[in-house]
Design a protein around this ligand. Sequence first.
Ligand code: CA
Length: 225
Amino acid sequence: MAKILIIEDEAKLADILAYNIREEGHEALVALDGLAGLEKFRCEQPDLLILDLMLPGIDGLEICRLVRRDSDVPIIMLTAKSRELDKVVGLELGADDYVTKPFSMVEMLARIKAALRRSNAQVRRSSVLRAEDLEMDVARHMVTIDGGTIDLRPKEFELLRVLLENKTRVLDRTTLLQRVWGEDEYIDAGTVDVHVRRLREKIETDPAHPARVLTIRGLGYKYAE
Ligand code: CA
Protein backbone atom coordinates (compact mmCIF):
# COMPACT_ATOMS: atom_id res chain seq x y z
CA MET A 1 0.00 0.00 0.00
CA ALA A 2 1.28 3.43 -0.91
CA LYS A 3 0.30 6.90 0.25
CA ILE A 4 -0.55 9.02 -2.77
CA LEU A 5 -1.11 12.76 -2.72
CA ILE A 6 -3.20 14.34 -5.48
CA ILE A 7 -2.81 18.09 -6.00
CA GLU A 8 -5.54 19.05 -8.44
CA ASP A 9 -7.94 22.00 -8.38
CA GLU A 10 -10.71 20.26 -10.32
CA ALA A 11 -12.45 18.76 -7.31
CA LYS A 12 -14.44 16.27 -9.37
CA LEU A 13 -11.39 14.89 -11.12
CA ALA A 14 -9.45 14.75 -7.85
CA ASP A 15 -12.30 12.80 -6.23
CA ILE A 16 -12.55 10.28 -9.05
CA LEU A 17 -8.80 9.77 -8.97
CA ALA A 18 -8.79 9.36 -5.21
CA TYR A 19 -11.66 6.90 -5.39
CA ASN A 20 -9.91 4.74 -7.98
CA ILE A 21 -6.61 4.85 -6.13
CA ARG A 22 -8.33 3.69 -2.94
CA GLU A 23 -9.99 0.89 -4.89
CA GLU A 24 -6.46 -0.27 -5.75
CA GLY A 25 -5.75 -0.54 -2.03
CA HIS A 26 -3.69 2.64 -1.66
CA GLU A 27 -4.23 5.63 0.58
CA ALA A 28 -5.24 8.77 -1.33
CA LEU A 29 -4.98 12.36 -0.10
CA VAL A 30 -6.33 15.35 -1.98
CA ALA A 31 -5.32 19.01 -1.98
CA LEU A 32 -7.22 21.48 -4.13
CA ASP A 33 -4.61 24.20 -4.49
CA GLY A 34 -0.86 24.53 -4.59
CA LEU A 35 -0.25 25.89 -1.12
CA ALA A 36 -2.43 23.30 0.60
CA GLY A 37 -0.75 20.66 -1.55
CA LEU A 38 2.73 21.71 -0.56
CA GLU A 39 1.78 21.73 3.10
CA LYS A 40 0.20 18.31 2.84
CA PHE A 41 3.23 17.02 1.00
CA ARG A 42 5.52 18.19 3.78
CA CYS A 43 3.56 16.79 6.69
CA GLU A 44 2.30 13.58 5.07
CA GLN A 45 5.45 12.55 3.16
CA PRO A 46 3.55 10.62 0.47
CA ASP A 47 5.12 7.86 -1.64
CA LEU A 48 3.85 9.38 -4.87
CA LEU A 49 2.65 12.77 -6.01
CA ILE A 50 0.08 13.38 -8.74
CA LEU A 51 0.46 17.01 -9.61
CA ASP A 52 -1.68 19.17 -11.87
CA LEU A 53 0.26 21.75 -13.86
CA MET A 54 -2.26 24.60 -13.74
CA LEU A 55 -3.19 25.37 -10.16
CA PRO A 56 -4.34 28.51 -8.39
CA GLY A 57 -1.69 30.08 -6.18
CA ILE A 58 1.51 28.12 -6.56
CA ASP A 59 1.41 26.26 -9.87
CA GLY A 60 2.55 22.72 -10.56
CA LEU A 61 5.91 23.78 -12.00
CA GLU A 62 6.83 25.64 -8.84
CA ILE A 63 5.65 22.82 -6.61
CA CYS A 64 7.67 20.34 -8.61
CA ARG A 65 10.75 22.51 -8.23
CA LEU A 66 10.26 22.97 -4.48
CA VAL A 67 9.56 19.30 -3.86
CA ARG A 68 12.62 18.23 -5.85
CA ARG A 69 14.89 20.28 -3.62
CA ASP A 70 14.62 17.76 -0.89
CA SER A 71 12.76 14.74 -2.15
CA ASP A 72 13.04 12.02 -4.78
CA VAL A 73 9.36 11.14 -4.52
CA PRO A 74 7.94 9.99 -7.88
CA ILE A 75 5.89 12.76 -9.48
CA ILE A 76 3.26 12.24 -12.17
CA MET A 77 2.43 15.56 -13.78
CA LEU A 78 -1.04 16.23 -15.17
CA THR A 79 -1.31 18.63 -18.08
CA ALA A 80 -4.38 19.88 -19.87
CA LYS A 81 -3.10 19.95 -23.45
CA SER A 82 -0.28 18.26 -25.25
CA ARG A 83 1.06 21.73 -26.02
CA GLU A 84 1.45 22.33 -22.31
CA LEU A 85 3.05 18.95 -22.05
CA ASP A 86 5.70 19.84 -24.64
CA LYS A 87 6.55 22.93 -22.67
CA VAL A 88 6.86 21.05 -19.40
CA VAL A 89 8.95 18.22 -20.80
CA GLY A 90 11.27 20.84 -22.28
CA LEU A 91 11.84 22.27 -18.83
CA GLU A 92 13.12 18.98 -17.46
CA LEU A 93 11.60 19.60 -14.11
CA GLY A 94 12.30 16.28 -12.61
CA ALA A 95 8.78 14.86 -12.87
CA ASP A 96 8.89 11.12 -13.53
CA ASP A 97 5.95 10.90 -15.85
CA TYR A 98 3.46 13.13 -17.66
CA VAL A 99 -0.18 12.42 -18.35
CA THR A 100 -2.32 14.57 -20.62
CA LYS A 101 -5.93 15.25 -19.68
CA PRO A 102 -8.37 13.78 -20.41
CA PHE A 103 -6.91 10.40 -19.53
CA SER A 104 -8.42 6.97 -18.94
CA MET A 105 -8.38 5.73 -15.37
CA VAL A 106 -6.91 2.40 -16.49
CA GLU A 107 -4.01 4.24 -18.08
CA MET A 108 -3.52 6.42 -15.02
CA LEU A 109 -3.51 3.46 -12.64
CA ALA A 110 -0.96 1.69 -14.84
CA ARG A 111 1.30 4.75 -14.70
CA ILE A 112 0.96 4.91 -10.91
CA LYS A 113 1.86 1.26 -10.61
CA ALA A 114 4.91 1.71 -12.83
CA ALA A 115 6.11 4.79 -10.92
CA LEU A 116 5.76 3.01 -7.57
CA ARG A 117 7.59 -0.04 -8.89
CA ARG A 118 10.48 2.10 -10.12
CA SER A 119 10.75 3.96 -6.85
CA ASN A 120 10.63 0.74 -4.80
CA ALA A 121 13.49 -0.58 -6.90
CA GLN A 122 15.37 2.60 -6.16
CA VAL A 123 14.76 2.25 -2.44
CA ARG A 124 16.19 -1.27 -2.51
CA ARG A 125 19.34 0.05 -4.14
CA SER A 126 19.56 2.88 -1.68
CA SER A 127 22.56 3.56 0.44
CA VAL A 128 22.45 3.31 4.18
CA LEU A 129 24.84 5.43 6.21
CA ARG A 130 25.81 4.25 9.67
CA ALA A 131 27.64 5.67 12.65
CA GLU A 132 27.48 3.33 15.61
CA ASP A 133 23.81 3.15 16.69
CA LEU A 134 22.68 5.85 14.23
CA GLU A 135 21.44 4.69 10.87
CA MET A 136 20.34 6.78 7.89
CA ASP A 137 18.43 5.27 4.99
CA VAL A 138 18.94 7.97 2.41
CA ALA A 139 16.30 7.06 -0.18
CA ARG A 140 13.63 6.26 2.38
CA HIS A 141 14.45 9.46 4.23
CA MET A 142 14.66 7.66 7.53
CA VAL A 143 16.96 8.08 10.48
CA THR A 144 16.98 5.77 13.47
CA ILE A 145 19.01 5.70 16.65
CA ASP A 146 19.16 2.34 18.32
CA GLY A 147 16.14 1.34 16.23
CA GLY A 148 14.00 4.33 17.27
CA THR A 149 12.89 6.68 14.49
CA ILE A 150 14.15 10.26 14.61
CA ASP A 151 11.94 12.83 12.92
CA LEU A 152 14.11 15.24 10.93
CA ARG A 153 13.07 18.10 8.71
CA PRO A 154 14.49 17.99 5.16
CA LYS A 155 17.38 20.39 5.75
CA GLU A 156 18.29 18.73 9.04
CA PHE A 157 18.29 15.41 7.24
CA GLU A 158 20.47 16.77 4.44
CA LEU A 159 22.88 18.33 6.93
CA LEU A 160 23.23 15.05 8.77
CA ARG A 161 23.70 13.19 5.49
CA VAL A 162 26.56 15.48 4.41
CA LEU A 163 28.20 15.17 7.83
CA LEU A 164 27.88 11.37 7.79
CA GLU A 165 29.21 11.07 4.26
CA ASN A 166 32.27 13.05 5.31
CA LYS A 167 32.62 11.39 8.66
CA THR A 168 35.74 12.47 10.57
CA ARG A 169 36.36 15.38 8.17
CA VAL A 170 35.83 18.91 9.42
CA LEU A 171 33.38 20.82 7.22
CA ASP A 172 33.32 24.58 7.42
CA ARG A 173 30.10 26.59 7.27
CA THR A 174 30.58 27.66 3.67
CA THR A 175 30.97 24.07 2.52
CA LEU A 176 27.92 22.98 4.49
CA LEU A 177 25.90 25.88 3.10
CA GLN A 178 26.79 24.91 -0.45
CA ARG A 179 26.13 21.21 0.00
CA VAL A 180 22.89 21.53 1.94
CA TRP A 181 21.32 24.75 0.67
CA GLY A 182 22.92 25.11 -2.74
CA GLU A 183 24.80 28.08 -4.05
CA ASP A 184 21.85 29.91 -5.49
CA GLU A 185 20.25 30.80 -2.20
CA TYR A 186 20.79 33.88 -0.12
CA ILE A 187 21.26 32.31 3.25
CA ASP A 188 23.92 33.34 5.72
CA ALA A 189 26.26 31.03 7.55
CA GLY A 190 24.33 31.47 10.82
CA THR A 191 21.65 29.22 9.29
CA VAL A 192 24.09 26.34 9.52
CA ASP A 193 24.52 26.91 13.26
CA VAL A 194 20.76 27.07 13.79
CA HIS A 195 20.25 23.80 11.96
CA VAL A 196 23.12 22.12 13.78
CA ARG A 197 21.48 23.14 17.04
CA ARG A 198 18.11 21.71 15.97
CA LEU A 199 19.75 18.54 14.73
CA ARG A 200 21.57 18.10 18.04
CA GLU A 201 18.33 18.50 19.96
CA LYS A 202 17.01 15.52 18.02
CA ILE A 203 19.99 13.19 17.89
CA GLU A 204 22.17 13.97 20.89
CA THR A 205 21.56 12.43 24.31
CA ASP A 206 22.73 15.71 25.85
CA PRO A 207 22.50 18.52 23.25
CA ALA A 208 24.63 20.79 25.49
CA HIS A 209 27.49 18.30 25.32
CA PRO A 210 27.22 16.79 21.83
CA ALA A 211 28.88 13.44 21.21
CA ARG A 212 27.88 13.06 17.56
CA VAL A 213 27.98 16.42 15.77
CA LEU A 214 31.07 18.14 17.13
CA THR A 215 32.01 21.81 16.90
CA ILE A 216 35.60 22.31 15.88
CA ARG A 217 36.35 25.84 17.06
CA GLY A 218 37.25 28.24 14.31
CA LEU A 219 36.82 25.58 11.63
CA GLY A 220 33.32 24.17 11.50
CA TYR A 221 31.63 20.89 12.29
CA LYS A 222 32.32 17.21 11.97
CA TYR A 223 30.63 13.98 12.77
CA ALA A 224 32.42 12.17 15.59
CA GLU A 225 34.36 9.01 14.80
CA1 CA B 1 -5.94 22.71 -13.02
